[in-house]
Design a protein around this ligand. Structure first.
Ligand code: MN
Ligand code: MN
Length: 417
């Protein structure tokens, strides 16, 4: 058999065909749709599979699904994989930053991502910007400060699994704490945002006439004779005093903000928890200040599946923290494309497009799903079919009604249940 139809593959599999060749083995997961004739399943000449031209097998080898797409993949779609691992670091004394913005990753229109490290005492200088900043701590300890629009100061110390959210325009700072500083990932709620295009307090001061500074701050112009003439972005400072001392020193008659600007996502309740894994959610329902960003921290057990679903309200920006997996995205066309993900990688799924994630490793796969939306929302494929007219579902897919009746009805985020 040179070319396998979907029906033919099912028949061969059912017959337990002992002499399945490599091509047929690859097709054992149903084979490519009969049209268009895309995929290795259609290949009769082995030369059709080789890559004799220039290539880097080390780099290419990290993405086996690009080299050898699953037989059900079809069509093409804009690249939805990127990685901080391949982004250049801007290093200064005190830490470093690297980013993947829409300029680097065209599909990423709603979120821009930054990965940053601060040493113990390292300071990301006082600054603000036009977009909101959402962040997750991935390592160590950090102190954050922010002043809200009512003039109420906030300071908190955060650790791995904690979030912060700074609404657009609110001024803030970050500083690494002991013993080994911090690493974190920022998500700006606009894909064109750049970490290197924020508004640093130093730049404004350096580009204001000394007599204006004197009037503005009510001190002699001479007091500003040593201000830096270039912004500092990240610089090495000393590890700050205990949190309570700093909070007292920052206190205002205006009081403290009504809601905290930090949140422990790692400690958040598991909204979905079964054999396949669990999800923890932070959005404006529990992390009140986070009015433009919602997030889900997803843990997928070895062998488990993050079930087929989509999000009706926003694009999904993903950050992979632990383990290895692969995601397939489905769009009209039809198009179904798969990519592999490793720690430090970024995925992106446009609003409403179907997708699922498989854990391909022996350890938990932990990934973050971030949305430019006040609320986390998803639609489960199995839940939809379980709650549609059973006869219609059975007739549409040529399924036995008993099979339809056994579909999970609780919209499980992971399977097995
Ligand atoms: Mn910022
Ligand atoms: Mn999703």
């Amino acid at each position: 058999m040179n070319r396998m139809s979907r029906r033919g593959v099912i028949a061969a599999t059912a017959a337990g065909g002992a002499a399945l060749g490599a091509t047929m083995a690859r097709a054992a997961s149903f084979g490519n749709p009969d049209s268009p004739p895309q995929g290795a399943v259609n290949v009769t000449n082995p030369q059709s599979l080789t890559i004799p031209g220039p290539h880097d097998s080390g780099l290419a080898g990290t993405m086996p699904t690009f080299l050898d797409p699953p037989p059900t993949d079809v069509g093409s779609m804009p690249e939805f994989w990127a990685s901080f691992n391949l982004a250049q670091r801007r290093i200064q004394d005190g830490g470093w930053g690297r980013q993947v913005t829409q300029a680097d990753f065209a599909i990423s229109s709603e979120i821009s991502g930054v990965n940053m490290r601060l040493s113990a005492g390292g300071i990301r200088e006082l600054h603000w910007h036009q977009q909101a900043e959402w962040a997750i701590m991935t390592y160590g300890n950090c102190r954050v400060t922010v002043l809200d629009a009512q003039g109420r100061p906030y300071v908190a110390d955060v650790t791995e699994g904690d979030l912060w959210y700074f609404p657009a325009g609110l001024p803030h700072s970050l500083q690494g704490l002991g013993p080994d500083g911090a690493e974190f990932v920022l998500a700006f709620d606009n894909g064109v945002s750049s970490e290197f295009n924020t508004l640093p307090a130093t730049d404004w001061m350096a580009h204001t006439p000394p007599d204006v500074l004197a009037k503005n701050f009510g001190v002699p112009a001479e007091a500003f004779k040593n201000i830096p003439l270039q912004n500092r972005w990240i610089f090495q400072g000393t590890v700050p005093p205990p949190l309570e001392d700093v909070r007292n020193a920052m206190a205002s008659k205006a009081g403290a903000p009504e809601f905290p600007f930090t949140f422990s996502l790692a400690q958040a309740p598991k909204v979905s928890d079964n054999k396949g894994g669990f999800v923890q959610i932070a959005d404006s329902s529990n992390f009140k200040v986070s009015t433009t960003v919602a997030a889900g921290l997803v843990t997928i057990r070895p062998g488990a599946l993050r079930t087929m679903h989509w999000h009706p309200n926003a694009d999904e920006w993903q950050y992979y923290l632990k383990g290895t997996g692969r995601m397939t995205v489905f769009d009209a066309g039809p198009a179904a494309n798969t990519a592999n993900f490793h720690p430090g990688d970024i995925g992106y799924v446009k609003k409403g497009l179907g997708h699922y994630i498989e854990n391909t490793g022996n350890t938990d796969l932990v990934m973050l799903a971030v949305f430019r939306s006040p609320r986390y929302e998803e639609v489960s494929f199995s839940n939809w079919l379980a709650h549609s007219p059973p006869d219609m579902v059975a007739a549409t897919f040529n399924l036995d009604p008993d099979v339809v009746a056994s579909f999970p009805r609780g919209a499980p985020d992971m399977m097995p249940e």
